[in-house]
Write a protein that binds this ligand. Structure first.
Ligand code: DC
Length: 218
């Protein structure tokens, strides 16, 4: 069984999807981590990511493995490094590359094969798992998402101005929703879960209740 969760940046997807997976006893697949790992590889090699032959050659040498919360790139644990802001800010060219999207989609299919899994990303319900048993579009207002991200940065000891966090988030929303390939959008048969005004725990509880209702009706 596949539960597909899509939504914009800082919608609380990762926390909620992780909690959902552990409540249901499902595996969890964070697909953004794969795009992040490939971006890290390209940056380390200082590749021209706008050149399709260069990107294809990189993909031929890329091995991304997900193990629980850990992400391995060619055998090296890069779980922390892929979360750095310079990675978040340079994913776009690879996320828009058709060869990259095919590479990642094949990997996602392989990782989900034969499992009960919660998959989380931008194009799970629309492109990668169009036949998923349950599809959720998890969202919240830009201001709310920016506030959560701002609080997280404060907690981590890397504070930033709220206005900068909001502007960055709006830029990333724009990149995710306007790209010509696999843009972020709600699948026609997805349930919309809006967590504006809710805490992380409340969001996770709302998601769990929504999915339980859906599964009972299947
Ligand atoms: O969910 P995240 O912020 O870790 O994702 C990192 C980037 O990867 C995000 O900028 C968009 C891209 N992404 C994507 O294009 N498709 C997905 N299914 C998941 C992520």
């Amino acid at each position: 069984m596949i539960i597909a969760i899509d939504g914009p940046v800082a919608s609380g997807k990762s926390t909620a999807a992780r909690n959902l997976a552990s409540s249901l006893g499902f595996s969890y697949l964070d697909t953004g981590a794969i795009y992040r790992a490939l971006t890290l590889m390209a940056r380390r090699l200082a590749l021209d990511v706008t050149d399709s032959a260069t990107v294809r050659a990189m993909l031929a040498r890329a091995e991304v493995r997900l193990d629980g919360d850990h992400v391995f790139l060619n055998g090296e644990d890069v779980s922390d490094e892929i979360r750095l802001p310079e990675i978040s800010n340079s994913v776009r060219p690879l996320a828009e590359n058709a060869d990259v999207r095919t590479f990642v989609k094949d990997l996602e299919h392989a990782l989900a094969s034969g499992k009960n899994v919660v998959v989380e990303g931008r194009d799970m319900g629309t492109v990668v798992f169009p036949d998923a048993d349950t599809k959720i579009f998890l969202t919240a207002s830009p201001e709310d998402r920016a506030r959560r991200r701002w609080e997280e940065l404060e907690r981590r000891g890397t504070p930033q101005d709220y206005e900068d966090v909001l502007a960055d988030l709006i830029r990333r929303d724009e990149a995710d929703t306007t790209r010509h390939i696999a843009p972020l959008r709600q699948a026609a048969d997805a349930l919309r879960v809006d967590t504006t005004g809710l805490s992380a725990d409340e969001s996770a509880a709302l998601l769990l209740a929504t999915v339980r209702d859906k599964l009972e009706g299947l």
